[in-house]
Design a binder for this molecule. Structure first.
Ligand code: NDP
Ligand code: 8X3
Length: 253
């Protein structure tokens, strides 16, 4: 029987690449996100390329009632989730703290922290009832360091770092593995979202050095699920070779 992975934020970037990686390895995939058309496109591709089953979960992780209903409303056979990838997340703006937008703060906190908690709890309880499962949280180098103007985004990723450690302790007796994968710069729609559609500004983030691809991150995420049950990868920081820390890059110009 195929294993099942649930991926939040599977409509682009790291989540989409992970959906391909798991599907290529014969997982049936629950893809979720807010953009329905994208979900349908990704779902159709996964089925066609890998011949696996796909379940589409249109979901805004910020809405706790929607999350509860979506997870409890999964068809019984799709409730046997082996791997949860808590990936949905975003940065909005790059502003000094004193000039930050309260609305942007709310969205980042609601998505990156509270959304991860809501989905994590709902799926962890399904896993507990089976005595088996693996939760992988996407953190960030911004969860290990704070960089200028990264203030609230960085705080949300520090929270992911802390929640991952807390989950690992609390789920210890339930046979559930908990892993964090914390990337440096990955070229995705992340900066386009952060800069609210400003393509030129977004492109500049990845200029003059070689960033990670979402597929690089997917390799690590998938690898962490391939170890035998008694072994767990707690935490991985994956960076571009051209990036030493959050602010230090080897740029060609
Ligand atoms: P993308 O913008 O390409 O993907 C973000 C995904 O999150 C989309 O699928 C989006 O789906 C989903 N998402 C955002 N808000 C919500 C929401 N409220 N409910 C459900 N889904 C949501 O960026 P990345 O792939 O780069 O980002 C994925 C994760 O990786 C994030 O947690 C990010 O913080 C983290 N990260 C990214 C790095 C980078 O440099 N790119 C580095 C380190 C970590 P939709 O819009 O359809 O809802
Ligand atoms: C995304 C990486 O450092 O650009 O989490 O904020 S960073």
């Amino acid at each position: 029987m195929n294993k099942i992975v649930l991926i939040t934020g599977a409509t682009s970037g790291i989540g989409e690449a992970c959906a391909h990686k798991f599907a290529e390895n014969s997982f049936n995939v629950i893809i979720s996100g807010r953009r329905k058309e994208r979900l349908q496109q990704v779902g159709a591709q996964l089925k066609e390329l890998y011949g696996i089953d796909v379940f589409i979960l249109e979901l805004d992780v910020r809405d706790k009632e929607q999350v509860k209903a979506a997870v409890s409303g999964l068809p019984e056979e799709w409730k046997n989730i082996d791997v949860l990838l808590n990936n949905a997340g975003l940065a909005l703006g790059l502003n000094p703290f004193q000039g930050g937008s309260e609305d942007d703060w709310d969205t980042m906190i609601d998505t990156n922290i509270k959304g991860l908690l809501y989905v994590g709890k709902a799926v962890a309880n399904l896993m507990i009832s089976r005595g088996h499962g693996h939760i992988i949280n996407i953190g960030s180098i911004a969860g290990k360091e704070v960089y200028p103007k990264g203030n609230v985004y960085s705080a949300t990723k520090h929270a992911v770092d802390a929640i991952t450690k807390g989950m690992r302790q609390d789920l210890l007796k339930d046979g559930i593995r908990v892993t964090q994968v914390a990337p440096g710069a990955v070229e995705t729609e992340f900066s386009l979202v952060r800069f609210k559609g400003d393509e030129e500004k977004a492109a500049r983030v990845y200029r003059d050095y070689r960033p990670l691809t979402p597929e690089d991150v997917a390799e690590v995420v998938y690898f962490s699920t391939t170890l035998p049950d008694h072994a767990n990868i707690n935490d991985v920081v994956i960076m571009p070779t051209d990036q030493a820390n959050a602010t230090t890059f080897n740029k060609s110009t």
